[in-house]
Each structure stands twice: as C-alpha cells, then as structure tokens.
Design a protein around this ligand. Structure first.
Ligand code: ATP
Ligand code: ATP
Ligand code: MG
Ligand code: MG
Ligand code: MG
Ligand code: MG
Length: 259
C-alpha cells in the first residue's frame, strides 16, 4: 500500500469530520421500519417486554465493548449512547464512531434474538439508523436525556390508552378519535374509569424507559480470619428504569458524567 498514482483519491477527496473537543458525544440509533418489524414478529402491543429486554441486552453489550460509553437510555426501538466528554474513541472521527455503534448494536441484536425469542425465527433482518449530536455542557446533556424520557412518557401514555381501547373492541380509527385532543388527566381518567387501571401501576420499564450505566455496588470479595465478609465497591453495568429528569438520580450518580 505504498504511494501509488491512485493515492490521490484518498488524499484529495476523503475528509474525516472530527467531532469538537470537550463535548459529550451522543449517538442515537433507531430501528428502521419497526412498526412493520414488530407486526411481522407479533410483538405484544403496546409493549413487548422481551423486545425491550433484547434492546437492553444490546445496550449492555455496547457498554461492555466500548468503555467510553458512560450512559445509555432506551425506549421502544431507540437507544441513545453518551460518550464521555473527553473521549478519544477513534480520534473522535464522526463516521467511524457512528458506523461502529450502529453495526455493533445491530449485530448483537441478531445474535441475541434467540435468547429472547426462543420460539420465533427472525423473518427479516433488523436494521437501525443512527445520528451523532454533540452537547457542550452538563445542562444540555441532562436536557437531552430528559427530552427522550418525556417523549417516552407521552408516547407510552397515549399507546397504553390506544391499545386498551382497541383490545376492548374499538377499531384503531375509533380509538384514535376517542383520544384526539385529550390531555394527560383525561387519559388517566379514561384508564381508571373504563379499565380500572392506574397508569402509575404500569411497569416502570414501559413508563420510564431503560437506563444503562456503571453503578457502584458493594460486593463481597473474601472473608477475613474471623469469617466476616470483606466488601469492596465495584462498578457494575446495571439496567434501571428510574426517573432521570428530576435531581434525585443525578444527585446519586454524579460520577457518571464527571471525571
Ligand atoms: P422509522 O424507520 O422511521 O424509525 P418505525 O416504524 O421504526 O419507522 P418509530 O417511530 O421508530 O417507527 O416507532 C417504532 C415502532 O416500533 C412503533 O410503532 C412501535 O409500535 C414498534 N415497537 C418498537 N418496540 C416495540 C416493543 N417493544 N413492543 C411493541 N412495539 C414496539
Ligand atoms: P481495522 O479494524 O483497522 O479495519 P482489520 O484487522 O480489520 O483492522 P484491515 O486492514 O481491514 O484490518 O484488514 C482486514 C484483515 O482481515 C486482513 O488482515 C485479512 O487478513 C483479514 N481478512 C479479511 N477478509 C478475509 C478473508 N476473506 N480471508 C482471509 N482473511 C481475511
Ligand atoms: Mg464542554
Ligand atoms: Mg424506528
Ligand atoms: Mg423509534
Ligand atoms: Mg478492517
């Protein structure tokens, strides 16, 4: 691969965009045509728990594979991956970072499919799109994650009502009409009055989405001469379904975005 007369095609035409320093890099991937994909594979509506767990397992593999990913947040067919502010992953080359995230996630999704759907064959190849956005400070990265979690709430609240109506015998069009112009309180009232469902009792994974990060956990490493456990704090990759909008989560996990 020494200099050939053709080398100029790289030198003069290839340009690597490097993402600006001192910014958190967020890669968000989203399943392509998952409306159709979820139908073909008979996902439960509105939330197929196994499909969500598969997404979470893929995100966990991402954190295992790429240590510079410090936080991930997922809902439905999407996942956001936050790289630490000063990452030098692929010298911050945008196309490398984006393509590696999308292809690794997609490969793991295919590899792990059978773990979550042992009785279903993949009937078409799952594929994902992706984008990269840089956030220059802590406020904007918190607001980015809050934006995704608010979106999760709005969509899930609507979809929970929509599918309750459909499963109770309404057509999809009728359900849509019933929900048109309703506010949050109206939806809660509909759920409790018509279906005796308290929205807050729905599973947290559906209402809050999933966060993946390295959590500080106390683990027993050995026992001392008197039989007492000797404990150490270790970082372990964890999936939780907590509120990440209010101050509580980030108060307890400040170290995730610092350092
Ligand atoms: P695009 O290619 O533009 O992203 P899309 O069909 O994937 O199109 P989205 O807006 O990404 O559209 O919505 C994802 C769709 O996948 C939703 O319609 C949702 O019903 C379905 N879906 C994703 N995950 C699940 C799940 N765990 N359970 C049930 N349905 C799901
Ligand atoms: P990078 O991640 O930087 O691309 P790489 O290990 O993939 O590193 P490449 O320059 O892309 O390096 O080279 C591809 C390597 O994969 C070669 O070393 C080659 O030996 C191996 N390889 C790829 N395809 C084949 C094949 N069909 N048969 C045998 N070896 C192959
Ligand atoms: Mg900065
Ligand atoms: Mg999609
Ligand atoms: Mg989506
Ligand atoms: Mg290669």
């Amino acid at each position: 691969m020494a200099n050939s007369e053709y080398e100029y095609v790289k030198r003069e035409f290839e340009f690597d965009r490097r993402l600006p320093a001192s910014n958190w890099i967020v890669v968000r991937i989203d399943g392509c045509h998952f409306h159709r994909f979820s139908k073909i594979h008979a996902f439960e509506k509105p939330n197929d728990e196994n499909a969500l767990r598969l997404m979470n397992a893929c995100a966990t593999s991402m954190l295992e594979k790429f240590p510079d990913i410090v936080f991930a947040y997922g809902v439905s067919d999407e996942y956001s991956f936050v790289f630490r502010e000063e990452t030098e992953f692929y010298q911050r080359r945008e196309s490398k970072i984006l393509s590696i995230c999308v292809s690794y996630f997609t490969s793991v999704y295919g590899m792990k499919w059978k773990d979550f759907f042992p009785n279903k064959d993949l009937r078409e190849p799952p594929y994902f799109d992706g984008r990269v956005v840089c956030y220059p400070n802590m406020k904007t990265i918190h607001d980015y994650l809050a934006w995704r979690q608010v979106d999760c709430h709005i969509n899930n609240h609507y979809n929970t009502c929509f599918w309750m109506l459909v499963k109770s015998g309404k057509t999809e069009k009728e359900a849509q009409q019933t929900l048109k112009g309703t506010f949050s309180e109206d939806k809660n009232e509909l759920l409790s009055q018509q279906f005796q469902v308290n929205y807050e009792d729905e599973p947290a994974m559906f209402r809050k989405g999933s966060s993946v990060y390295r959590d500080k956990v106390e683990t027993k490493v050995k026992t001392d001469d008197y039989g007492n456990p000797i404990k150490r704090i270790r970082l372990a990759i964890t999936v939780s379904n907590l509120d990440i909008i209010g101050p509580e989560f980030w108060g307890k996990h400040q170290y995730i975005l610092q350092e």
